[in-house]
Design a protein around this ligand. Sequence first.
Ligand code: FES
Length: 107
Amino acid sequence: PKVTYVGADGGTTTTLDVQDGTSVMKAAVLNGVDGIVGECGGNLMCATCHVYVAPEWTGRLSERDEVEEEMLEEASAPVREESRLSCQVLAKQDLDGLVVHLPESQI
Ligand code: FES
C-alpha cells in the first residue's frame, strides 16, 4: 500500500510503497523521509514519530490507545485531534493512499 508523507512546509511530498504490516514510522526511517525520527524504534517510548493524519483518513484508522495518548503528551509539536504516533499505524491494503502530514519538529 502507498503512504504519502507531506512535509511541514507543505511542499515536500514523498510517496512510498510500503510493505503490508510495516509501520508508517519504519517505512519513513528506512527511506530517509525527513521529519520522522522514530527514536525508540517503534516501542511507544518516545514521541518522535508524531504525524498528523490527513482529515479524510482519520476515521479509517484504529483509535489511539491509552499508552499512545500518554506518549503523545511528550510530542514536541502541538498535538491535535488527528495526531498519531506513526509507529502505531501499520500500512495495509485498505489504507492504501494514506496521507500523513509531518509536524514542524520532533525533538
Ligand atoms: Fe517511538 Fe513511535 S517511534 S513512539
